[in-house]
Design a protein around this ligand. Structure first.
Ligand code: AMP
Length: 279
């Protein structure tokens, strides 16, 4: 596997691969890789000729009081994992190259970026959309792979790609979970013993709502009530929002139907976790 840091080198390589008619699969990440990331790489490998993974902890998507400096970093371990996963190229650009002096252009996906997670993280999705578009321009993939775990992110990226005529496919893959159901996340490392155990209540509450839905309960209020009741079983878990939403507009629904998404954000101590299910 080759590690590429230089943006112009990545540009040239991508152009060359395209000229050779090779299908490029791309998995953008912030590193501290886990099985969730690896499943995206696996799918990319199955669907494309060449797999490129990026690791870039993107300052533009962290708020001033957020965990940019504490965010877990493990470049050596990540490189080993990508080798085992059969990744062809690891792209690790420097922050100063992605955001050189004088940088001024940001992508804002109106409406979708300031709801749900965007309420407490007002500039987060502007940072995400900007860096993802930059990476897509540099890596020039035929397909890019994202996890359903970050549901709002997938909706925003799909919208951006459509609106800005980025000629490629966005593939969204299911959330990979720990044995107790907790969605894998690089931030799970922040959780110590009892908090880690308590965190499983988030997915438990989603499953409980899903069961109710399958038994015929459609009212969003009823489903939301159930989720709050289950989450209360763990007093250390503070719910930020429980949203029952349309999968494209992200607007709240009064009655859930097939395809409706239930999304949750919660805090345990200083750790913010998100999860969702598609009914
Ligand atoms: P991150 O490194 O957290 O920015 O995530 C990089 C990509 O991996 C994003 O598309 C995430 O949605 C995806 N991802 C993160 N956690 C999971 C998971 N548990 N299952 C599937 N995909 C995930």
């Amino acid at each position: 596997m080759n590690v590429i840091q230089d943006i112009s080198e990545m540009h040239n390589l991508a152009s060359q691969l395209r000229q050779e008619g090779r299908a490029i699969g791309f998995v953008p990440t912030m590193g501290a890789l886990h099985q969730g990331h690896l499943s995206l790489m696996d799918h990319a490998k199955n669907e494309c000729d060449v797999v490129i993974v990026s690791i870039f902890v993107n300052p533009a998507q962290f708020g001033p009081k957020e965990d940019l400096n504490q965010y877990p970093r493990d470049m050596e371990g990540d490189a080993e994992k990508t080798i085992s996963a059969g990744v062809d190229f690891l792209f690790t650009p420097a922050t100063s190259e992605i955001y050189p002096e004088g940088f001024r252009t940001y992508v804002s996906v109106e409406g979708l970026s300031h709801t749900l997670c965007g309420i407490t993280r007002p500039d987060h999705f502007r940072g995400v959309a900007t860096v993802v578009l930059k990476l897509l321009n540099i890596v020039k993939p035929h397909k890019a792979f994202f996890g359903q775990k970050d549901f709002q992110q997938t909706v925003i990226i799909k919208r951006m790609v459509k609106d800005l005529n980025v000629n490629m496919d966005i593939v969204v893959l299911p959330t990979v979970r720990e044995a107790d159901g907790l969605a894998m996340s690089s931030r799970n490392q922040y959780l110590m013993n009892s908090d880690r155990k308590a965190a499983a209540v988030i997915y438990r509450s989603l499953c409980q709502a899903n069961r109710l839905f399958e038994n015929g309960v459609k009212g969003a209020d009823k489903l939301r009530e159930t989720i709050f009741r289950v989450i209360k079983e763990e007093p250390s878990v503070q719910t930020e929002y429980v949203a029952i939403i349309h999968p494209e507009s992200l607007e709240e629904e009064t009655d859930a139907g097939k395809g409706t998404v239930i999304a949750i954000a919660a805090r345990i101590g200083n750790t913010r976790l998100i999860d969702n299910i598609i009914l």
